[in-house]
Write a protein that binds this ligand. Structure first.
Ligand SMILES: Nc1ncnc2c1ncn2[C@@H]1O[C@H](COP(=O)(O)OP(=O)(O)O)[C@@H](O)[C@H]1O
Ligand SMILES: [Mg+2]
Length: 242
């Protein structure tokens, strides 16, 4: 993949290496290591949009706006028509962190579920600030746990704003619960308890109604079943709430 000289100049480098390709269904996203660095950043992320559209503009505008408001999002170093170069956030995605916690809990067989309140609240506080700084007009829509990284200081960064749209917080809240439940191993007893914790912390923070939110989660799982041709048993989760 060849990028133009503007990119090399911005990164203060004469050469670069695409060190890692990240998991992405929609785009090409790479970790790039600058070789022969003159000054400044040594590592960055290149996101090349495979279907450049109006959504890139939305993503860039939001990254700039939210950063200006002090929300933890990656800094944009360079933007072109089809790609952006941004700050590399060192850490683990929230999906990796959650999977690690589930594995650790399982290794310690016989141990009851350990609360993850602190981790969940860190994410929810990021969400609260996102809704606040978009004046309650936008939701994330694509609220999967790969779109958040927790760095070594425990700070959550959010990104991937291409699908942001008008909507209700309940929609994001319900998607978050539904996505968590359906990551492999889906609907495990640990995931049911983790999601229950997420559900109640979301209710509390955003003053939502439990019946309304539960209905939304059920709707999301029905959507997932249709899209992924699955037959996840919704009541497994509903029973933990009632
Ligand atoms: N700034 C970043 N720092 C570190 N990793 C990133 C960064 N941006 C993206 N990634 C990694 O790349 C993946 C895909 O990027 P994302 O912006 O979510 O694109 P997509 O729209 O294709 O999902 C993320 O899940 C994450 O693992
Ligand atoms: Mg993503």
């Amino acid at each position: 993949m060849i990028f133009d000289n503007g990119f090399l100049e911005v990164l203060g480098t004469e050469d670069y290496l695409l060190e890692e390709k990240f998991h992405s269904k929609k785009n090409d996203v790479y970790k790039v290591r600058c070789l022969k660095v003159l000054e400044g950043q040594k590592v960055a992320v290149i996101k090349k949009y495979l279907q450049p559209s109006i959504n890139i503009k939305r993503e860039i505008d939001l990254l700039l706006h939210l950063r200006e408001k002090g929300l933890s999002v990656p800094e944009i170093y360079f933007k072109e028509n089809e790609y952006i170069i941004m700050e590399y956030i060192e850490g683990k995605t929230l999906l990796e962190v959650m999977e690690e916690r589930e594995r650790n809990n399982l290794f310690r067989k016989g141990y009851p579920y350990q609360s993850n309140e602190h981790l969940i609240c860190t994410l929810i506080e990021w969400l609260e600030r996102f809704y606040h700084h978009t004046n309650g007009k936008l939701i994330l829509t694509d609220i999967n746990l790969r779109n958040f990284i927790i760095n070594n200081n425990g700070v959550v960064y959010g990104f991937d704003f291409e699908d942001c749209d008008a909507g209700r917080i309940e929609e994001d809240a319900a998607k978050l619960c539904a996505y968590i439940l359906t990551y492999d191993p889906s609907f495990s007893s640990w995931k049911l308890q983790f999601t229950r914790e997420v559900f109640y912390l979301l209710l509390k923070k955003f003053h939502l109604n439990d019946e309304v939110l539960l209905k939304e989660v059920e709707k999301e799982i029905t959507n997932i079943n249709r899209k992924r041709r699955k037959c996840f048993a919704i009541e497994l989760f509903s029973n933990t709430i009632k």
